[in-house]
Structures are given as C-alpha cells and as structure tokens.
Design a protein around this ligand. Structure first.
Ligand code: 0WD
Length: 254
C-alpha cells in the first residue's frame, strides 16, 4: 500500500525531470500518493505532461505565483478534483540571472521585490490557500538553501530571500499548528537543475561541495525526494517549523 497511500498532494515547481520537485513527486507516487502538478507557462506544459503521465498525476493548470488569479484557478481545480488536500510541495524560486553574479550590494529595487514575491511571499500565499482545504491537518514543504545561513558566492539576493523563506516556515508553523498543519523546509545541497544554471560559477560550487562535504559528493533529486516524502508522510507527524539539511552534511563543515 505504501506510506503515502490515501494522501493527495499538490506539487508546484516541476519544470523537467531534473527538478527537485520531480524527485519529491516520484518518491511520493512510489509510496502510493495521488498527485496534482502545476506548470508555469506553455513551454513547461509540454515537459510536464509526460512526467505527469508517468507519475499517474493530474495536471491542475498553469500557475505563475505573481498572478494570483492563476493560483485561485489551481486551488479551485484541486477543490473540484478532491475536495481536500493532504500536502503541498512549493519548489519555486526566481531572481534575475544578472544579479546572481557579482555583488549583493548592487541588487536593484525591482529585482529585489520580484525575487521576494516569487521566492518568499508565494509560499505564504500558497499556505493560506492550502489551509482552507486541510480541515483535518496536512503538511506543507518548501525548498531552501544554505545561502540563507551563510554567505555563498553569487547567491546574493536569493540568499536574503531564502532567509525570509526559512523565517516564514517558523511563523507559518505557529499559525497553522493548531489545525495540525505542519510546515517544514528542506535545505538541499547544490544540484544541477534549470534554476541552478542561472547561478554564477555553479559548477565550482558543485565541485567545492564534493571536496568538502562529509559524504564527499553532492546529493541527487531522488535523495531530496526521499527526505521530502518523510516530511509529507505521517512519519514526521511530530515535526514542524524545521529546516532539514539534505546536503551530504556540508552544513557541519561549511
Ligand atoms: O541546487 C539547487 N538546485 C537547489 C535548489 C539547492 C537548494 C534549494 N533549491 C530550491 C530552489 O531555490 C527552488 O526553490 O529548490 C527549488 C526548486 O528548484 P530546482 O528544482 O533547482 O529548479 P527548477 O527545476 O528550475 O524548478 C524551479 C521552478 C520551475 O518550475 P515550473 O514547473 O513552475 O516551471 O520554479 C518555477 C519554475 O518555472 N518558477 C515559478 N513558478 C510559478 N510562478 C515562477 C513563478 N513566477 N518562477 C519560477
């Protein structure tokens, strides 16, 4: 039957088969979860469709978190489909590539606001909508990075955004805890994905982690996926407000 049998979850942020969200989706589907996926724009629709088929997942529409009407439509679709929700995965972040290089101090007002809206506020916005569909409790999970805690080269405004995201996890955990809705984050080690390719010198960061992490290697989307499944399952029923590192142990030395 599986650890996720009977659970229904919305997964946001599958761009392709290397996405961290795809690793989490696969782990949940393997344990019997029923899934709904969103995509951002028609370019991604084509890539997400075969993945949804493989996972036996529903596609609940286009979602750009800067357009609240698309979020409304996605949650209305989920409500129509299931009437409730057990978990949500938020694997969404964005910043102008130009500013994931050089100095943080040069961040523009426009990109700062856009980065915060897409990478931080969207999780709170999603949490609020999910709450309405979780009368019996649930689990919300987002993805963060060590650049929230320590200065990482070129991570810049995204590091500031991830710090805000991690603080959001704690505030949301308190707000929603009374309804048995748990809120956690996984701080993943660097993985070569579409989003990561925008970060300056990313190959160097991967290599640095291979040399320095206790496990002497980087992590895979499957490894993040298995840890994600734990947070979305009842195995973690006593855990909320947590930022859990899945990074080959890098954070203990870096
Ligand atoms: O090394 C890495 N790759 C790490 C990534 C280390 C630690 C954390 N993370 C985080 C990222 O910051 C992000 O929050 O994991 C999350 C997922 O990122 P990913 O798997 O590395 O990247 P990718 O496969 O490019 O997915 C990013 C998603 C895309 O998915 P969809 O299906 O929605 O297209 O973010 C999406 C992007 O399109 N996205 C948006 N989705 C909705 N509205 C928006 C937006 N405005 N902007 C970006």
């Amino acid at each position: 039957q599986g650890l996720m049998a009977g659970k229904r979850g919305l997964i946001m942020g599958v761009a392709n088969n290397r996405s961290i969200a795809y690793g989490i989706a696969k782990a949940c589907a393997n344990q019997g979860a029923e899934l709904a996926l969103t995509y951002q724009g028609d370019a991604f629709k084509k890539r997400v469709e075969p993945l949804a088929q493989e996972l036996g997942a529903h596609i609940v529409g286009h979602c750009d978190v800067t357009e609240p009407e698309t979020l409304n439509a996605v949650f209305a679709e989920v409500e129509k489909l299931w009437g409730r929700l057990d978990f949500v995965v938020h694997a969404i972040a964005f910043s102008d590539k130009e500013e994931l290089d050089g100095r943080y101090v040069d961040t523009t007002r426009a990109n700062f606001q856009r980065t915060m809206e897409i990478s931080v506020f969207s999780f709170t916005d999603v949490a609020k909508r999910a709450e309405a569909l979780m009368p019996d409790g649930g689990s919300l999970l987002t993805l963060t990075y060590y650049g929230a805690e320590k200065v990482m080269p070129h991570y810049n405004v995204m590091g500031v955004a991830k710090a805000g995201l991690e603080a959001s996890v704690r505030y949301l955990a308190v707000d929603l805890g009374g309804k048995n809705i748990r809120v956690n984050a996984i701080s993943a080690g660097p993985i070569k994905t579409l989003a990561a390719s925008g970060i300056g010198d990313f190959r160097y960061i991967l290599r640095w982690n291979e040399y320095n992490a206790p496990l002497k290697r980087t992590v895979t989307p499957e490894e993040v996926g298995d840890a994600g499944m734990y947070f979305l399952s009842d195995l973690s029923r006593g855990v909320t407000g947590e930022v859990h590192h899945v990074d080959s142990g890098y954070h203990v030395v870096g």
